[in-house]
Ligand binder design. Structure first.
Ligand code: ADP
Length: 421
């Protein structure tokens, strides 16, 4: 193993696994915190998917350190801590606390924090994160159910989450190239360990940043920051594989879409699928909380509708509706309640013969995949930037498209299933 990746959610893990696979690495994605007895399969990169983004910081730190230990024991030469390209975190963390702990464990004088992912419109300029042409704080992320992001200045967002100073490696330095970037980090770290946010607007910037971190033990960022890493290993003569995803074959069976994301892109995708005639069941969280709705009711609705076409079950709602539910039941309780329901529905659908499952939402995907007991995923063809088809690689018969809420074109749901033939 050359590179070990610790991702704070499942769709983020799939996203970075796809990035590395496209750059020529043999990648395996593992689900959940590894134990000391976990056997890693042979691969150039192993991506561990945690579900730690919104957990208490101590838990996120503990799981990340256990993952780091397991990856290093399996031979990883470099660790990448992957978080969301919209820097999703609560006021209490978890990005800062995890970076602190990993830096300490790996003994690194400095590390980078760069969530840029230009292919999906995420860019960092003068330390400010943009989503398309909007600042993060003006983007739909300001209304996220679990991690509302209301400040675009990443230095300011990260500083209260860490005990280390947070600096900035600005655009002009990144434009100047690899040596300038490396010198800037070394200068920032002259008086002790430091984390620096780095600007990146294009993939070329990310490749420069990646090259500047050749041989360093730790990087942190979105999946974009991984783009330059395979080249480092290739240049060092350590990587000479090519991968082929064309032999991806999804198991025959029924198709279903589960949407637990309330992000703007998912709202559009739900509307698009319904407009195209996909039969849909809308989850009413109030009925769920009052025990008037449960998985068996929805499965009874689903069973006779499974056939040639996919079915859609969604809790996706507009920001006002989400706020109302959260005020009534609390943010975490509302989220967990819907996630459990969708996870139970996934189990039920699987026993009804669904083998092709599209899931929208990072947390939602985490809940569904662990309910299905899938522990290892093989990366297949790309549907949209950051979202591949995946195949359970541990004997379970299911193909999964795990979509981070804000990813994908409006026709993502129907397009992804059509792709499978
Ligand atoms: P995304 O990838 O868009 O961030 P996630 O699945 O990570 O999506 O997060 C969405 C969260 O919102 C989940 O915890 C989910 O259970 C919760 N949720 C989904 N629908 C509703 C709703 N109608 N009201 C309140 N919370 C909801």
């Amino acid at each position: 193993m050359l590179l070990g990746v610790i991702a704070d959610d499942l769709t983020g893990a799939t996203d970075v696994a796809l990035m590395l696979a496209r750059e020529g690495m043999r990648v395996v994605q593992m689900v959940g915190v590894p134990s000391s007895s976990t056997q890693f399969p042979s691969a150039d990169a192993v991506v561990i998917s945690l579900k730690s983004r919104t957990n208490p910081p101590e838990e996120a730190v503990e799981w990340s350190l256990l993952s780091c230990e397991a990856l290093i024991n399996a031979g990883a030469q470099q660790i990448l801590f992957k978080y969301c390209s919209t820097f999703d975190s609560t006021n209490e963390g978890n990005i800062g606390p995890v970076i602190d702990a990993l830096m300490k464990r790996l003994g690194t004088p400095y590390t980078i924090a760069c969530p840029a992912f230009p292919a999906n419109g995420r860019s960092v300029f003068q330390g400010h994160l943009f989503v398309g042409s909007s600042l993060l704080s003006d983007s739909p992320m300001k209304d996220h159910p679990l991690t509302p992001m209301r400040d675009s200045n990443l230095v300011r967002v990260l500083q209260p989450q860490t005990t280390l100073p947070v600096g900035l490696v600005p655009f002009a330095t990144v434009e100047s190239g690899v040596d300038a970037v490396r010198s800037a980090f070394e200068k920032l770290a002259e008086n002790g360990p430091v984390i620096a946010v780095a600007d990146a607007v294009t993939n070329e910037h990310l490749r420069i940043l990646g090259a500047a971190f050749a041989g360093q033990k730790l990087l942190t960022g979105g999946s974009g920051i991984a783009i330059g890493l395979p080249a480092n290993f290739r240049q060092a003569g350590l990587l000479n594989t090519t991968i082929n995803v064309s032999d991806f074959v999804a198991p025959k069976g029924y198709s279903a879409i589960l949407a637990g994301s309330c992000s703007a892109a998912t709202r559009g995708q739900v509307a698009d699928a319904k407009a195209k005639g996909v039969e849909a069941f809308e989850i009413d969280p109030i009925a769920l909380a009052e025990n008037r709705l449960s998985a068996p009711t929805i499965l009874e609705w689903a069973a006779p509708r499974l056939g040639e076409k996919p079915i859609l079950v969604y809790s996706t709602a507009e920001p006002d509706a989400v706020r109302a539910i959260q005020e009534r039941y609390g943010r975490d309780k509302a989220g967990a309640m819907v996630e459990h329901l969708l996870a139970d529905i996934a189990i039920g659908l699987s026993s009804l013969g669904v083998t092709r499952l599209v899931v929208a939402g990072g947390e939602t995907s985490g809940a569904v995949v662990s309910a299905l007991g899938v522990s290892m995923l093989e990366i297949g063809p790309e549907i949209d930037p950051g979202v591949p088809w995946t195949l359970a690689a541990d004997g379970k018969t299911v193909a999964l498209a795990l979509k981070s809420g804000n990813f994908g074109t409006p026709d993502f749901f129907t397009k992804s299933l059509t792709m499978l033939g």
